[in-house]
Design a protein around this ligand. Structure first.
Ligand code: MN
Length: 276
């Protein structure tokens, strides 16, 4: 049994299929960890979503910002962006089943792999969160997504404020900060204030900010965090960090890293290009 962690697929079903071949993935015995953003921008989001759903328990996926955007469109809470490639899902005959499945994915997954604690999230963790606290807050969001009034959650989810976590936060503000950290975070400061604007690489932090994983006081530093979302960072392998967004949908590569030995396989994706 092997576990492979795979980066942001974003509708690049062809690259995903090729990567599964390259790692000789066996769905009966091997498992996948997917960092989320299964859909959007790429050419085959519907096919990707069906493929991952059909893997059943062999695939563990956490929700990313693009997955949430798809659910927000389905809820009628957002309008499509001009680079979205999500209509084929919303118009599919099995749209309801696929979206219900997606809506029930977690925002964080914790597991001990070969004796070492690992945490899978789409973007990152706030420095003041322990792993246990991050899991609790991810569950709070997942509960809102599973509730009967899940559509109203999306009417309140968007926005960059509050910019920092506080245990005192309640209601939608609390959920918004948790969602922003787990699915959009790149840069924050030592007190946990997020900068959600910059998409540059880790070397181009806005003044006073650092990559979330470089904050010295980060309470989750003893757990290996597996994440994606940050294509300008590229593949990042450090002792307790595995960053997997190598920019497949932008013409980069789709990456698989085997846990825990970190054997790495990439497929180049020159066929995908930034639109326009
Ligand atoms: Mn993302």
């Amino acid at each position: 049994m092997a576990i492979y962690a795979i980066g942001d697929i974003q509708g690049c079903a062809g690259a995903f299929g090729q990567l599964l071949k390259e790692i000789q993935f066996k769905p009966g015995s091997d498992r996948l960890w997917l960092v989320g953003d299964l859909v959007n921008r790429g050419p085959a989001s519907l096919d990707t979503l069906r493929q991952v759903r059909d893997l059943g328990d062999a695939a563990t996926t956490v929700l990313g910002n693009h997955d949430l955007h798809l659910l927000a469109l389905a809820a009628g809470a957002r309008k499509p962006g001009k680079h979205d490639t999500l209509d084929e899902i919303l118009d599919a005959p099995d749209a309801t089943e696929l979206l219900d499945w997606l809506r029930q994915r977690p925002l964080a997954h914790h597991e001990v792999v070969a004796g070492q604690p690992h945490l899978l999230v789409h973007a990152g963790l706030l420095p003041i969160w322990s792993v246990q606290e991050a899991l609790v807050h991810a569950d709070e969001v997942a509960s809102a997504l599973r509730a009967h009034d899940w559509r109203s959650f999306f009417l309140h989810m968007y926005g960059d404020e509050p910019s920092a976590w506080s245990d005192e936060l309640g209601g939608y503000e609390r959920l918004r900060v948790a969602v922003n950290a787990l699915t959009r975070l790149r840069f924050c400061d030592a007190s946990g204030v997020m900068d959600l604007k910059s998409k540059e690489g880790a070397g181009a932090a806005p003044p006073g900010f650092q990559a979330w994983f470089d904050i010295a006081s980060r309470r989750s530093a003893d757990t290996t965090v597996v994440f994606g979302h940050w294509s300008t960072l590229g593949l990042l392998l450090r002792q307790k960090l595995i960053g997997l967004d190598s920019g497949c949908v932008w013409g980069g590569a789709l990456t698989a890293v085997r846990l825990p030995d970190r054997q790495t396989v990439q497929v180049a994706c020159p066929q995908y290009q930034r639109p326009g």
